[in-house]
Ligand binder design. Structure first.
Ligand SMILES: Nc1ccn([C@@H]2O[C@H](COP(=O)(O)OP(=O)(O)OP(=O)(O)O)[C@@H](O)[C@H]2O)c(=O)n1
Ligand SMILES: C[C@](O)(CO)[C@H](O)COP(=O)(O)O
Length: 229
């Protein structure tokens, strides 16, 4: 059973939450949000270590070098999430083989389920890479600038993208570099891989793997923490 490293982008500012400190350090059920995420990842039997990507001026990171017996390393992120992920993936170049898979999981998704990570690892490895997501369940509208619905879009074949996402280390680094060179701001790893000619496998995961994005998400994440594992 091979195990793999997980890159955890945690260099964002959390502007949409609007706290005094970045959202990953705000309390969730009494402890910093990021700790819940890291503990859940470190507890997964297939995860070998964590590469946490921090903001350049982060003075809050507690400085751990292991968690649950797994090594924790850090690197410095960039202005956009894709810059931070690339920094983390590159920082693993001496420890992780080019063709080995790495996971990427948002620090801001503390409710990820262990069995969803397992399924992504199993299915993603066979497919050459993939991501957790969920098919769109609601009716989809396209709005005009005034907020009025112009048209109802087909929802077949539309998915919401979550993390973790899993790709071979060197292929992901190359795809992220190529996107950056073209000035393309990719919002997830799969988008970079799509532009590089890959078709990442969509692995259905639980919808409660929410990204804490606004202040109201903290209450929901706190509720979900106890219900997911
Ligand atoms: N330059 C960045 C931007 C984001 N992230 C990380 O990527 C994840 C998902 O990003 P998002 O939820 O958009 O976080 P923020 O960028 O912090 O949020 P906002 O856009 O509201 O500032 C988070 O764990 C965040 O810390 C990062 O590592 N580097
Ligand atoms: C990677 C991601 O979590 C997939 O949903 C998301 O794209 C990152 O969030 P952002 O708000 O677009 O930076």
């Amino acid at each position: 059973m091979t195990s793999l490293w997980c890159v955890v982008p945690a260099a964002g500012r959390g502007a949409r939450v609007g706290g005094d400190i970045p959202k990953q350090y705000l309390p969730l059920a009494g402890r910093p949000l990021i700790l819940h995420t890291l503990e859940r990842l470190a507890a997964h039997p297939r995860i070998a270590g964590l590469m946490v990507v921090l903001g350049a001026h982060d003075e809050i990171w507690p400085g751990m070098d292991q968690l649950g017996g797994k090594p924790v390393r850090t690197s410095v992120g960039g202005a956009e999430r894709c810059d931070s992920v690339l920094a983390g993936v590159e920082a693993l170049s001496e420890d992780v083989a080019d063709d080995a898979f790495v996971l990427v999981h948002d620090a801001a998704r503390p409710c990820v389920r262990t069995d969803d990570i397992s399924r992504l690892i199993e299915l993603g490895a066979v497919a050459g890479g993939g991501l957790l997501g969920a098919p769109l369940r609601d009716t989809l509208k396209r709005a005009d600038p005034s907020g009025r619905s112009q048209v109802t879009e087909p929802r077949d074949e539309r998915w919401r993208a979550f993390t973790p996402q899993m790709f071979r280390r060197a292929e992901l680094a190359a795809a992220l570099r190529a996107a950056a060179a073209r000035g393309l701001k990719v919002s997830d790893e799969a988008m970079a891989m799509e532009h590089a000619g890959f078709a990442p496998l969509l692995v259905e995961g639980a919808e409660d793997n929410i990204k804490v994005t606004t202040a109201s998400d903290f209450a929901l994440a706190e509720f979900l923490l106890g219900k997911t594992i």
